[in-house]
Design a protein around this ligand. Structure first.
Ligand code: HEC
Ligand code: HEC
Ligand code: HEC
Length: 428
C-alpha cells in the first residue's frame, strides 16, 4: 500500500517537472560567425553607444576595475547575489555568436541564446519596451566592441531559486512583454519621457520597491527602495520639504545638483553621468513625465520649509552631543544651524536625506564616505569614517533629524550604522 503511494507521489512529481520543462522550453537560436567589425554603419554604432550609456548597460555589465562590458559586476538582491554577463563579442565567453534575433529575444523576453531563462536581476522587464530601432543600435554597438575573454561568474542563489525553468512561471505571473505603447491620453513629449524613463533608463530598477517575488511593485512605482546600502528616494511623494518643480528636476538630472534639493549622491551620481548622453529635449521630456508623479503634500510643506531653515535647539543629551559634533566637523562648510551655508549651497535642513521617512542610509553613508567629486559632478566632501565613531554618527543623525524635521527618529539606527560602516550591501 505504502509503496504504491510513494510510487504515485513520484509519478505526480515527475509529471509536474516534465510539465514545467515543456512550459518553460524555448529553442536555442543557432550560433553565427561573429559579424565583421565593418558590417555596421557608424551612425548606428554611435546611437547604440549613447543608448548603452543611458540604459546603464555598460555600468552594470562592468566589474569594478574590469574591462568595459565584460560582465562580472555583483548585483545584491534579497535572495542572493547575481553577476552580470560578458556582453563583448567574444564568441566563447561573450555574445560573439549571437545573431540580432538572439540579442533582441534576450531584451524582449529575458531568454538567453541557448534558450535558458534569464533572471530579472537583468532588468529585461524594462528593456522589453525598447523599440526595434533602439535594439538594433544596441546590437551594432555591442558587436563592435573589442572582444574580451571573460567567463561568466554565475549567481549564488539557494535551490530551487537557481532553477532557470522556474523563471517561466515568474514571467507568466509578473511579466508583460512587448514594446512601449504610447498612451493616447498624453502628448508626444510625455510619451517620449515615459519611454526614456521606463524602457531605456529603468529608473524603477532602483526607485521602485520589489515584492516577495523580487518583481518591481506594479501598483506603487517610484515609491522608493533600498539599493546597495543607499536608499533610492521616493519620486512619487518626494520626502523633500520643498516640492520639486520641473525645472529643478531637469537641472538635477542635467547637472547633478539643484538648489534647494542638493547634489546627487552615491549610485545616483553614475546615473546623472550616464544621462549626460541625453539631449536637452529628451531630458526635458523625462523630467516632465516624472514631475507629474511627484504629488504635493499640500500646505503641509510650508511649515516643513520653515523648520528646515530654522532648527530646534538641542534638548536631550544625545541631541547636545550631536550638535557639538556638528559644530566641530560640519559647520565650517554647512554653516552654523539656522544660518545660511558660507557658500551658495543647499541648506542641509532641506536635504531629502534628513527627511527620508524610511531610512537614514543616505545620511549615514554620506557622513562615512563623503562625496567623491572626482566624477566631475558638483559636490565634494571628505568622509568621516576614521574621525567619527558609530556612536558619534548616531548622535549626529539624531540631532540633525530632530532639529530640522518633525519626523520620528529612524528605527534600528544604531544597528544600521554598524552595517553601513562594515557591510553596506547587506542593509535591508
Ligand atoms: C542592473 C544591472 C543590469 C543592467 C542595467 C543591464 N543588465 Fe544585462 N544582465 C544583467 C544580469 C545580472 C544578467 C544575467 C542574468 C542571468 O544570469 O540570468 C544580464 C544578462 C544580459 C544578457 C544575456 C546574456 C547571456 O549571456 O545570456 C544580455 C543580452 C544583456 N544582459 C544585455 C543588456 C543590455 C543591452 C542592457 C542595457 C540596455 C543591459 N543588459 C543592462 C544585469 C544588467
Ligand atoms: C542604480 C540605482 C538608481 C537608478 C537606476 C536611478 N536612481 Fe535616482 N537615486 C538613487 C539613489 C540611491 C538616490 C538617493 C541618493 C541621492 O539623493 O542622490 C537617488 C536619488 C534620486 C533623486 C533625488 C531625490 C531627492 O529627493 O533628492 C532623483 C530626482 C532621482 N534619483 C531620479 C532618478 C531618475 C529620473 C532615474 C532614471 C533616469 C534614476 N533616478 C535612476 C539610485 C538610482
Ligand atoms: C569640507 C567641506 C565639508 C565638510 C567639512 C562637510 N561637508 Fe557635507 N557637503 C559638502 C559639500 C560641498 C556638499 C555638497 C552639497 C552642496 O554643495 O550643496 C555636502 C553635502 C552633504 C550632504 C548631502 C546634502 C544633499 O542632499 O545635497 C550631507 C547629508 C552632508 N553634506 C552632511 C555633512 C555632515 C553631517 C558633515 C559633518 C560630519 C559634513 N557634511 C561635513 C562639504 C562638506
Amino acid at each position: 500500500m505504502r509503496g504504491r503511494h510513494i510510487l504515485a507521489g513520484i509519478g505526480v512529481a515527475a509529471v509536474a517537472v516534465l510539465a514545467l520543462l515543456a512550459f518553460a522550453w524555448r529553442p536555442a537560436i543557432a550560433p553565427i560567425a561573429p559579424p565583421a567589425q565593418g558590417s555596421f554603419p557608424q551612425d548606428l554604432i554611435d546611437a547604440g553607444e549613447r543608448l548603452a550609456s543611458i540604459g546603464n548597460c555598460i555600468d552594470c555589465h562592468t566589474a569594478p576595475g574590469g574591462p568595459p562590458g565584460a560582465g562580472g559586476r555583483a548585483i545584491h538582491r534579497k535572495y542572493g547575489v547575481f553577476h552580470s554577463t560578458n556582453l563583448t563579442p567574444d564568441p566563447e565567453t561573450g555574445i560573439g555568436a549571437w545573431s540580432e534575433a538572439a540579442f533582441a529575444r534576450a531584451l524582449r523576453e529575458g531568454v538567453s541564446r541557448d534558450g535558458s531563462h534569464l533572471f530579472p536581476a537583468f532588468p529585461y522587464a524594462h528593456y522589453t519596451q525598447l523599440s526595434d530601432a533602439d535594439i538594433r543600435a544596441l546590437y551594432a554597438y555591442f558587436m563592435t566592441r573589442p572582444p574580451v575573454k571573460a567567463p561568466n561568474r554565475g549567481n549564488t542563489l539557494p535551490f530551487p531559486l537557481d532553477v532557470r525553468p522556474l523563471q517561466a512561471l515568474w514571467k507568466a505571473l509578473l511579466f508583460t512583454p512587448g514594446p512601449y505603447r504610447p498612451d493616447p491620453a498624453h502628448d508626444a513629449e510625455w510619451n517620449r519621457g515615459a519611454y526614456l524613463a521606463e524602457a531605456l533608463a529603468g529608473c524603477g530598477v532602483c526607485h521602485t520597491a520589489r515584492n516577495l517575488l523580487s518583481a518591481e511593485e506594479v501598483g506603487h512605482p517610484y515609491a522608493g527602495a533600498a539599493y546597495e546600502g543607499w536608499y533610492a528616494t521616493p519620486l512619487d511623494i518626494s520626502p523633500s520639504p520643498r516640492l520639486w518643480t520641473e525645472d529643478e528636476l531637469f537641472a538635477y538630472l542635467r547637472n547633478g545638483e539643484s538648489l534647494p534639493h542638493g547634489v546627487a549622491l552615491g549610485p545616483m551620481r553614475r546615473i546623472v553621468s550616464n544621462l549626460s548622453r541625453l539631449s536637452d529635449d529628451d531630458l526635458r521630456a523625462m523630467a516632465r513625465y516624472l514631475i507629474k508623479l511627484n504629488r504635493p503634500s499640500g500646505a503641509a510643506l510650508e511649515p516643513r520649509i520653515a523648520r528646515g531653515l530654522s532648527p530646534a535647539q538641542p534638548s536631550t543629551d544625545t541631541q547636545r552631543a550631536g550638535h557639538k559634533i556638528y559644530m566641530e566637523h560640519c559647520a565650517s562648510c554647512h554653516g552654523a544651524p539656522g544660518s545660511p551655508p558660507p557658500v551658495a549651497r543647499s541648506p542641509l535642513g532641506l536635504s531629502e536625506v534628513l527627511w527620508n521617512p524610511y531610512q537614514a542610509y543616505n545620511l549615514v553613508l554620506t557622513i562615512l564616505d563623503g562625496i567623491d567629486g572626482r566624477d566631475g559632478l558638483p559636490g565634494s566632501m571628505p568622509g568621516f569614517r576614521d574621525k567619527l565613531s558609530d556612536d558619534d554618527i548616531e548622535a549626529l543623525a539624531i540631532y540633525l533629524r530632530t532639529a530640522y524635521t518633525p519626523l520620528p527618529i529612524w528605527g534600528l539606527l544604531a544597528e544600521r550604522i554598524k552595517l553601513a560602516r562594515n557591510d553596506p550591501m547587506s542593509l535591508p
